[in-house]
Design a binder for this molecule. Sequence first.
Ligand code: PEP
Ligand code: MN
Length: 345
Amino acid sequence: MIVGMRTGASQAEIDAVVQKVKTFGWNAQVSTGTDKTVVAILGSNTGQVSTDIFAVLPGVENVTRIMKPYKLASREVKPKDTVVSINGVEVGGKRVVIMAGPCAVESEEQLTEAARVVKDAGAVILRGGAFKPRTSPFSFQGLQGEGVELLIKVKKQFDLPVVTEVVDVEDLELVSRAADILQVGSRNMQNFSLLTAIGKKHGDNSWLPRPVVLKRGFACTVTEWLTAADYLLAEGNNQVILCERGIRTFEDSTRFMVDIGAIPVIEKVSHLPVIVDPSHAAGHYSLVPAIARAAIAAGADGLLIEVHPNPKEALVDGLQSLTPSDFARLMVELRKIARAIGRDI
Ligand code: PEP
Ligand code: MN
């Protein structure tokens, strides 16, 4: 941490900062410039103390952290890539993993048909929400318990692992019965009690931590996203997959703006795999293929794509859902791009 003193700060004010540093058992290095003095705080656990402790002292102009707030998600702590394994499907390895299916589980026929078409086209994980976090309380909230039962049935039938969202700690045990991967939605990225519950091992072993897809909050920075991942990692769940799904900017021609740059940033600063959801970013089926292709080209470890057997009849997100034939066509293109950068699908 670096404490910058105001121009003209008195020696007594500087000494008071140094004294405060010492109360934590840390060392202070004072650099006196022509106009300003800065105090560098040297200690291994400065991250545990709020910058406010120093910012409130008289004569202090600003306090800057040098260390990133996230630790366990960083490459400094774990230089080697994390590969998340789901029943033999590896996310974060050479193979690009395609997860696809409807936004929401709507009926047995819809889910069965969706599973069939996505598997035929080469997807290896089935998506589908039984619990839906909806902006309006009057919108369809998902089939909930009945949706969980349908996911269990269909995943057995097609031998496809399932990624499905958990919205509330209360539903964790129920959703875990169907989920091979638990999805934490964008709106819940900073729901710290949910993250902690998902990270924890439970004593009676009735359900254990599952791999997690942690979607980026649409108003959150990469640093906040990785710090949220630390909640899962700190509890002992290291099977974390990050998912970029678009952030909110001033641009409104797409539903959200996919942050392609976040993919190489994550690759640089974190060992965790990162996938992209082009569907929620695009908001329109016609824009999904280009964003999906760009994501693979930029180095994403996988995609989470909405595919509906009949998007015109979809109860949720029909406009951004691909038809089975559009999805099959996209998969052909994605294979070519993956191959061009030395990966497979
Ligand atoms: C979803 O994937 O079904 C979803 C609701 O996405 P997000 O949390 O990214 O809006
Ligand atoms: Mn959706």
